[in-house]
Structures are given as structure tokens and as C-alpha cells.
Design a protein around this ligand. Structure first.
Ligand code: UFG
Length: 338
């Protein structure tokens, strides 16, 4: 299948592009490079040995998107384009609602116009808010998000559900990611946060690499085995393969289906620090600081539904995640950032 990746030059999209080619599909990338770079596409081409059609457009721009569809006629779309910084979304809520929701509406309208009926959406475990029970199944109540970014994911899910309910030919898969980390084993593509990272693994990498002095561990009084926050970290290559599996599912089903993409195992912040040090033989300096507002004790997936219906499960372990994150950090701190 020819698959349009909106936001395809980003961290997750670039890994999906590589896995699509490995599985015999092709990709078209649309990206406005607000949080990514054309260099990432060159790197995907280097890994796959294929030339990838690239459109520098804003997905909110319906005219530009229609031109892309006219030319490329994609069979399916993986919709990843969107703003994603939790803190920024609190400071600029209208920007987040406008950008993330407008782009989805434009995409759904243009897909309908061109009869493109397979859509995979990049959602997030953030839609579960503070989970009442663990592990989290897809039946757990969604909503109760703690920031506008999370609400955009929640609202977009409902918009897509509505579109699929109204169009019996549409097949939509909503993938709720847990905490993606790691990078492609080549070290050519990976996560490139703007400025000082908000997320744990990129922060650990920069401390290990000497770019930042020490990690702040946000709270050690959570209700977890060592008091620090527990999350379900998933290797980005496993996550990318989940999208390829979802594409297969879309081909045989219509309507909307929701899947968690996680490993099912939770690790604490200190587990992650120790694992990184062990896997890479480098020290990670840290200190305990107060809790970060909005953080929850623990969040990890029940990934059984994805295994049952998609035939997918995460295969890479914590050592792989730490090793590949560090390999990427070492390769990308030379100024040639992808
Ligand atoms: N943490 C630290 N220090 C840091 C950064 C993070 O101690 O410098 C801790 C957090 O308190 C938390 C854990 O590390 O316990 C993970 O934090 P991240 O910021 O890496 O990830 P979150 O779980 O907070 O959020 C991520 C994504 C969101 C997404 C959410 C889904 O950033 O986009 O997972 O659950 F919505």
C-alpha cells in the first residue's frame, strides 16, 4: 500500500516510514518541519535505499493537501502531524486546539473527497487521564485529561469515530501510545527535542552526554515500588511495527478500533536511570526534586488486545531501548541532526 504519513519526518513517523518499506509498502511524507527536519527524510532514504516523496506542507492547508492527494492518491494515512509539548499546550491552548484539530478536519475532508478510507491515528495514553486500575485496558474510561494537548488527542479520537460512524467504508484505528523511547539501530534517526527535553529518556541521554548537568527526578513519594513515577516505555521500532500491523487490520475491517501500544511492563524513573547506566556503562547524575504538576503515580498498558487482533506485540527490551537511545545521542550530537 502507498501510505501517507502526516508528520512523517518526526520521531515516530520516520521510524514508521522505515518499517513500512521493510514490510513491502511505500510512504509519502507530509511535514511542515515545525518540529522536525528534512534531514530526517534523507536519513530514511539512506536506511531504505528508496526515494520518498516529500511535501513540505501544513496539513491544516486543505488546498495543499488536496494537491498532494491528487498527485499521490494514497491508499491509507497514518496521521501523526500535531503539536505535542504538554507544557506549551497549557501556555498556548488555542494554538494546540486550532492546529491539532484543524489539521485532522482538513485531512478527513480531503480523504473523503478522494475516497481514501484507511486511517491510523497517533493517539496517546494521556487520554486515560489518571487511571483507576492498572494495567490499563482499552475499555478504561477516557477523558479527564490534564492539559490541552491531551484533550486534543481525546477530541480527535471522537472526531474520527464520528466520521467512521457516518461513513461505513471508513476504517479507523486509534493507537494509544504509552511512552516511546529508543531509536533506529542504525543511529541515523531518533528523537530530536526542541531545546531542553521534557521527556525522561532524551533528558537522561543529554546528561549522560554531558550536555546537561544532572537529571531532576520529579518526586520520590509516589505510590510505586521506589517512590518514583512508573511508565510503560516502548521501543519506537516496536511502536512503528504496531502501525504496520494496524494497516493490515484496516484492510479487513471498517469502523473504529482502539488499541494500546505498550509493553505491559512499568518501570520507574530510577529503574530507567539504572538500566541506562548498566546498558551503556555511563553514569547519569541525578537529584530528587519536587513532583512535576500533572504527573501521575503509574501508567502501563494491558497490550493483550493488540496481540489478539493485530498479531503484534513489543519485542525489544529495556536494554535495547537504552542502548539505541544512547547510540542515537552519540551520533546526533555532532551538529548533523536528523
Ligand atoms: N521525569 C523525571 N524527570 C524528567 C522528565 C521526566 O523525573 O526530567 C519523570 C516523570 O515525572 C514521569 C516519567 O519520568 O514519572 C516519564 O515522564 P515523561 O515526561 O517522559 O513522560 P510522561 O509519561 O509524562 O508523558 C508522556 C508523553 C506525553 C503522553 C504521555 C502518555 O510525554 O505526550 O506520555 O501517557 F501524553
Amino acid at each position: 500500500m502507498k501510505v501517507l504519513l502526516t508528520g512523517g519526518a518526526g520521531y515516530i513517523g520516520s521510524h514508521i516510514a522505515v518499517e513500512l518499506y521493510s514490510a513491502g509498502h511505500t510512504a509519502v511524507i507530509a511535514d511542515n518541519f515545525v518540529n522536525s527536519s528534512p534531514e530526517a527524510v534523507a536519513r530514511i532514504e539512506q536506511i531504505t535505499g528508496r526515494r520518498i516523496p516529500l511535501y513540505e506542507i501544513d496539513v491544516c492547508d486543505k488546498t495543499a493537501l488536496s494537491e498532494l492527494f491528487e498527485k499521490e492518491r494514497p491508499d491509507a494515512v497514518v496521521h501523526l502531524a500535531g503539536l505535542k509539548a504538554v507544557g506549551e499546550s497549557v501556555a498556548k491552548p488555542l494554538l494546540y486546539y486550532r492546529n491539532n484539530i484543524d489539521s485532522t478536519l482538513s485531512l478527513l475532508e480531503v480523504m473523503a473527497e478522494y475516497g481514501c478510507e484507511k486511517l491510523i491515528f497517533s493517539s496517546s495514553a494521556t487520554v486515560y487521564g489518571a487511571p483507576k486500575t492498572l494495567p490499563i485496558t482499552e475499555e478504561a474510561e477516557a477523558g479527564g485529561c490534564t492539559n490541552p494537548y491531551g484533550w486534543t488527542k481525546y477530541m480527535i479520537e471522537r472526531i474520527i469515530e464520528g466520521a467512521a460512524a457516518a461513513n461505513p467504508k471508513l476504517s479507523a484505528v486509534l493507537l494509544r501510545y504509552f511512552n516511546p523511547v529508543g531509536a533506529h539501530s542504525s543511529g541515523l534517526i531518533g528523537e530530536r527535542p526542541n531545546g531542553i527535553p521534557n521527556n525522561l529518556m532524551p533528558y537522561i541521554c543529554k546528561v549522560a552526554g554531558g550536555e546537561l548537568a544532572q537529571l531532576s527526578v520529579f518526586g520520590n513519594d509516589y505510590n510505586t515500588h521506589d517512590g518514583t513515577g512508573v511508565r510503560d516505555y516502548i521501543h519506537v521500532v516496536d511502536l512503528a511495527k504496531g502501525h504496520v500491523a494496524a494497516l493490515g487490520y484496516c484492510s479487513d475491517h471498517t469502523g473504529t478500533e482502539i488499541f494500546n501500544l505498550g509493553t505491559g511492563t512499568g518501570y520507574s524513573v530510577l529503574d530507567m536511570v539504572k538500566a541506562f547506566e548498566r546498558a551503556n556503562g555511563v553514569p547519569v547524575a541525578y537529584r530528587i526534586t519536587p513532583r512535576r504538576p500533572g504527573d501521575i503515580d503509574a501508567c502501563y498498558a494491558d497490550p493483550a488486545k493488540a496481540e489478539k487482533l493485530l498479531g503484534w506485540k513489543a519485542e525489544l527490551n529495556l536494554d535495547d531501548m537504552c542502548r539505541d537511545s544512547w547510540n542515537w545521542q552519540k551520533n546526533s550530537s555532532d551538529g548533523k541532526k536528523a
